[in-house]
Design a protein around this ligand. Structure first.
Ligand code: FES
Length: 167
């Protein structure tokens, strides 16, 4: 059965979006850099598989352009879509809510390095507006009242990972 848009990873969404181009690699990398804040290793592998491009070629492109980063600006990169559809559905309120909850402005990272907040343009699933992408997870129709819960969910995930690593 085909995946719904919410089930697709941001990379699958980007690959679909640029599928009609002869060489979609840079566009897909750009999209991932924009939503994730960097190009994760697993993303490079997924792109290689989806676009049928050698991994070496992907790293050649990433390291050639200064724009691309190989390190995350925060453990979780929160990308609030402020494209037209999301803007009309209240994306600004989401930016404000994340900003207040984390005490950072878009473009900043929390002091503990856990969260990086950024606003991005259309992530390709306007039907789910307003959309927020956090690392590999897409939140559709997110309401400002759900923001504290989303942050708590990620904090819990990080705490579990830390506890697992210590045991
Ligand atoms: S405008 Fe937000 S997903 Fe398209």
């Amino acid at each position: 059965m085909a995946k719904t848009k919410q089930q697709l990873s941001p990379i699958e969404i980007a690959a679909k979006k640029y599928a009609r181009y002869r060489d979609p690699l840079i566009m897909v990398l750009h999209e991932i850099q924009t939503t994730r804040g960097y190009i994760p290793r697993e993303a490079a592998f997924e792109i290689a598989k989806l676009l049928n491009v050698p991994l070496a070629r992907i790293y050649e492109v990433i390291t050639f352009y200064n724009y691309f980063r190989l390190k995350s600006p925060g453990k979780a990169v929160i990308s609030v879509c402020t494209g037209t559809a999301c803007h009309l559905k209240g994306a600004d309120k989401l930016v404000k809510e994340f900003s207040e909850e984390l005490d950072i402005e878009p473009g900043q990272t929390t002091d503990d390095g856990l969260f990086h907040l950024q606003s991005v343009r259309c992530v390709g699933c306007c039907g789910l507006a307003p959309v927020v992408v956090i690392n590999e997870k897409t939140y559709g129709k997110l309401q400002p009242s759900q923001v504290p819960h989303v942050i708590a969910e990620w904090k819990e995930k990080f705490e579990t990972e830390t506890a697992d690593a210590a045991s």
